[in-house]
Ligand binder design. Structure first.
Ligand code: NDP
Length: 279
């Protein structure tokens, strides 16, 4: 039976550490402030934005909510970002993705000042992460590193396979594992013999976006399995990209869904907000 990596507990630890930091900042008259922009009313985005607001409240970060209509034009959104970039009271800006199809997501991401880019998606943040200088790390991959470290799992020298190469999860997760001295392989939809490559991993990070795709055949006995996927299915329980019931008995450590990577993403966003104050 695998050790369950408890993302809920670890994220709570981090949030409590950050709360103490914010108390100190507030004693010195500094109140961190995060602006959260949601365009339209996608139900999943509403849940994510709500959770971010709740975390801000818990930690003592002031949050400014901009819930703007689906019909908002790209130039209106860019104007709002410009206004927030120039507002000294705002430390961090987050635009909830996905955006409606008439808005160019990349243009919006790049419009956020690199000093306020708490999602870590801008070219400057990605560049800093790639060369290893100080910058905002993307929240989900940074959360994965914290899950591993705070569970006492050695990364250095380990064989790590990342399945998925998106800009928000797969690629940055691979880069951060490399920074921690793992030997990293990245797999994607064109990878040949995925099962063989995965089954050689000491640490397997899965971010494919396909429910229960990874089965016991993909996993080495005793491996650490990090499941980033999250799927809401009609009439069924929430699940990840990994077939948990089948993989869990074989793995050494595993993250559940829910309660694994998900809560860490928000904890790391909060950490970036406090980092933004120091910048
Ligand atoms: P994307 O759809 O952007 O990327 C999926 C990646 O998986 C692509 O690189 C794709 O390859 C690869 N892939 C797809 N099918 C296969 C296959 N059969 N074999 C190997 N690789 C494959 O997804 P995201 O990275 O944005 O998200 C992944 C999952 O993580 C989703 O379920 C998402 O909901 C979840 N997620 C969870 C978060 C959290 O906080 N817990 C945060 C962000 C995402 P190719 O590039 O070749 O197309």
């Amino acid at each position: 039976m695998a050790n369950k990596i408890d993302g809920k507990k670890i994220s709570q630890e981090i949030k409590d550490e950050l709360k103490a930091e914010v108390e100190q900042l507030r004693e010195n008259g500094v109140v961190p402030c995060l602006a959260v922009i949601q365009v339209g009313a996608d139900p999943a985005s509403t849940v994510y934005v709500g959770n971010k607001k709740k975390a801000c409240e818990y930690i003592g970060i002031r949050s400014l909510a901009y819930e703007i209509p689906e019909e908002t034009t790209e130039s209106e959104l860019l104007a709002l970002i410009d206004e927030l970039n120039n507002n000294d009271e705002v430390n961090g800006i987050l635009v909830q993705l996905p955006l409606p199809s008439h808005i160019d997501e990349n243009k919006v991401i790049q419009a956020i000042s690199p000093l306020k880019d708490v999602d870590g998606f801008s070219e400057k943040s990605v560049g800093a992460m790639t060369i290893g200088t100080n910058g905002y790390l993307p929240c989900t991959p940074a959360g994965i590193i914290q899950l591993l470290k705070r569970s006492g799992i050695e990364i250095s020298g380990k064989n790590c396979v990342v399945v998925g190469r998106s800009n928000i999860v797969g690629k940055p997760a691979a880069l951060l594992m490399l920074r921690e001295n793992a030997t990293v392989t990245i797999c994607h939809s064109r990878t040949k013999d995925l099962k063989k490559i995965c089954s050689e991993a000491d640490i397997l990070i899965v971010a494919i976006g396909k429910p229960e795709f990874i089965t016991a055949d993909h996993v080495k006995e005793g491996a650490v399995v990090i499941d980033v996927g999250i799927h809401r299915r009609e009439g069924k329980k929430l699940c990840g990209d990994v077939k948990y019931d089948e993989v869990e008995p074989k793995a050494g450590y595993i993250t559940p869904v829910p309660g694994g990577v998900g809560p860490m993403t928000i904890a790391m966003l909060m950490e970036n907000c406090i980092k933004a104050v120091r910048k």
